[in-house]
Design a protein around this ligand. Sequence first.
Ligand SMILES: [Zn+2]
Length: 1154
Amino acid sequence: MSVNQQAHAGPPYGQPQPGYQGYQQPGYGGQPLPGVPHSQYGAYNGPMPGYQQPVPPQGYFPSLGFPSKGSPVSLNSDTSSLAPNFVGLLRAPPASGALPPASGASLSSGHPVYSQFGQGDVQNGIPASAAQMHRPPASQPFLPSSAPTPVSQPSTFQQYGPPPASAQQLSNHMAGMTIGSTSTSAPPPAGLGYGPPTSVPPVSGSFTATGSGLYTPYTSSQGPPPTSVSQGLPLAQPPFSGQPTSTQRLPTQVPGFAPPPSSTGIGPSLYPPTTGAPRPSPMQGPPLPGQTVAGPPASQPNHVSSPPPPSTMSGPHPGPPPMSGLHGPPPPTHPPQPGYQMQQNGSFGQARGPQPSYGGAYPGSPNYGSQPGPPPPPKRLDPDSIPSPIQVIEDDRSNRGSEPFVTGVRGQVPPLVTTNFLVKDQGNASPRYIRCTSYNIPCTSDMAKQSQVPLAAVIKPLATLPPEEALPYLVDHGESGPVRCNRCKAYMCPFMQFIEGGRRFQCCFCSCVTEVPPHYFQHLDHTGKRVDFYDRPELSLGSYEFLATVDYCKNNKFPSPPAFIFMIDVSYNAVKSGLVRLICEELKSLLDYLPREGNMEESAIRVGFVTYNKVLHFYNVKSSLAQPQMMVVSDVADMFVPLLDGFLVNVNESRTVIASLLDQIPEMFADTRETETVFAPVIQAGLEALKAAECAGKLFIFHTSLPIAEAPGKLKNRDDKKLINTDKEKTLFQPQTSFYNNLAKDCVAQGCCVDLFLFPNQYLDVATLGVVTYQTGGSIYKYAYFQLETDQDRFLNDLRRDVQKEVGFDAVMRVRTSTGIRATDFFGAFYMSNTTDVEMAGLDCDKTITVEFKHDDKLSEDSGALLQCALLYTSCAGQRRLRIHNLSLNCCTQLADLYRNCETDTLINYLAKYAYRGVLNSPVKTVRDALINQCAQILACYRKNCASPSSAGQLILPECMKLLPVYLNCVLKSDVLQPGPEVTTDDRAYIRQLVTSMDVAETNVFFYPRLLPLTKADVDSDSLPAAIRNSEERLSKGDIYLLENGLNIFVWVGVNVQQGLIQNLFGVSSFSQISNALSTLPVLENPFSKKVRSIVDMLQVQRSRYMKLIIVKQEDKLEMLFKHFLVEDKSLCGGASYVDFLCHMHKEIRQLLS
Ligand SMILES: [Zn+2]
């Protein structure tokens, strides 16, 4: 295999170096790439009529890491819907990111190098017998016409909602949404309308006809309409460049709802017409940490609701939640309407009447539009009348799930993350790689500040794609490397302008003109386009990769393949719980599934093993040995690696010795009495080993306890829940020593990524132990009170996926922007040594970096705004690559255009990360208040500038932000910002770190879990039952529900569920016999059991972590835990209900406007 040989051809990599000199490449003119193993990737080799696509991902989770709900996994398919076991290999996409000469990127890595690491051991051996399930190397020619056309989605793409019936309902419902709005032209939501509602009579004749009549169904050629923004917009203006949308504003934007004033405690006072209203000063400027909003904080749920709910906000509540006052079954004042109940309410069993439209909810005020009648009697705001996440999700699926999302048009808002859709790259990066809070950026800083809408992109550079979509092509420009702008070093991309007959190009980011290198010259056609436009990915696609030259490598040397080091805690708890034996057994087979690149026969990754308690044990597993050898290092104060040759080995070559070692480890420590552990020395040992081997790599550390043994990085138990809600609460999130920050810095310099599997039985200070993991781009997994029986499936699935998933090493990411905006802030698991470069020792396919942008100049509507994300990294085979993602956005001079092109899910992703970082430095209450304030300002700005004048009693929300309040409330109530009594300090630190790396789909389901009525599932179809809203009053005692949030799956069983269903699902004859100790559902041969298990399996595959299954019986004590996730309800620890919070937001907005 040329890979390894090549890797060693050069001088050792990893010698003491002051910084990443390699990244400061002087230009493109590196050395030839003698050993670059590009053969199997079909690297691009010049202006040929086509180029090969890299080998697509293989087997394993085609949809794992592709977390949009409703992945293309058929429930009936043989393997794909099963748990992600060893079905195949991790895809090894030809990824490569690019990172330009970081201006002074400096990683300190001056560490001594243990020179000759046994290179002989790196020879590749016999192909792993386990190489299976390769997808054929689909070398498809890249021709515009022959590009794989994502056909309309196959039938296996299940719509989660009930398709046909609901569509109608949706339009009705949505039509109802507009009633409360002031607009006279309020057509149904974008893409939904398709004619007037049929089954449900319009509540008010005035709007229905108008809306549906105006609406034009969206066609793909036209580009999708701005998701929901075009509600009320007769599509006269697609939101694209070239068609300034600015002229049309308000009358269209009228979604929103108008709760009867009295119901929310909001007086009927008239809202002054927008035109004359002085701008409230609070809307200027970002919320400051200490800035508090007038009015009660959200944490006080009682602020607005009328009648006031029982004061349940403080303290633990041992009993059932006192929801009754707030959400009891409403009086049957709203009789169900025909054709409605099954969709929306039929399964809830309670007396709530369905709300086909807002009008229905308030019989007394059929027309609260611009002319509200006399205030109706005080009445609780009906949950069915406020924006429903389920409805929005269903609408988007109906409207946008059937057509591919073609990225050729600037500023298009993609479908929601909950919608299944295919992406066709025609010049902009897929939303799987980049999602933005807004696809239309205000032209000026003043406008941006006025709106308070954060401008941010959530970037997942190595995202897994569904099998139907093409991986980024790998472009090889040979020794000259990628073509770049001379000034800003942006990489060649579809937006560069070729001029002077093709001899020069003008940079789309900085406008600098650069000579086209002779080898890259091509003539232009009559439109000014290069004639090889379609032959070159970097000219025609949004995402692609370049093979990096040696200039992009540390020390100007090509990297070695990375190594994986498994480091197992063998202290008393780990041994006694069976964990050590479990890990060793698993590794015996798992090592055959290390990530490999393309169609390589075996992984280039070498492996090594360490065990530890108070001391460290290194193992020599050299292939020539008959038995492994152990070397103990008991002086942990100055960690070193006692052996070089034989520590990191090729799995196939050392297979026998490794197997023997893994057999022996559990026996060797079976009788251990050692309870104390060290931790920092373990990381140091791994780091030193990688340094010695001159490679990057990943440490897999399996750890059980607070490291109290005498050693560097020793910790003390400083947990103190009394700090909650004090100014010192932030210390719970901060590391207790800076030792680990320094260690993390060293790890990043070496490309040493640390993955941490924690098995605590008590506090072990995740906030501190996680520092290195966090800053090196690693992952933390936590299995509290680990028990073999109930937790091993989850742990093993996580471990398998973690070991197999695609990962890049030694990664540096930079985001370039066109003149006018620039990246100013970054959120995620990484390290930064300067203000522009995001450094990650490792970056896997699940990791997301959120980038915030600020204006530094004016933007123009004509040129729009461009982003280019360049990620430079080392592949799992040691290939240095640049992965480039480009995205073009529109710019606007009218606020209405901004509000029409926002994406709330992405906004929430950003806001959650912003808040979760804020708790490191500010009291959580301050953070919560700032969030509320910012969102109130966003919505107030809309109301003031974009909505038609209307009564102040109305809450008017931008169509595409109508879920902002409900989702924001979920963030505010989350464990980090408002912990319940059962949430531990470690839980909070853990969640905080998890969320920071989540993509938009993950934060969406994490904050607003998916709740499925299992008893409504159609056992004969692949589809999922329609989700319902997260509120207790939606649950029926006679049904069984599944709730998932990406970390847990709850199966809730009502007390009145039919005995037959219980028998079919649990194999017991009565409710009382159901054991809530089950961690899996029993395998029973009946359609219901099969259906439910297939749903669970499918959900597991969609998420990046294996979710813990918890059975909850109604009225059982575990139900408290479950109810915590019913996020529309008031929470036990004081979090407001959705209804109450909405009222509160309304009040905040009105205060800002008055
Ligand atoms: Zn430039």
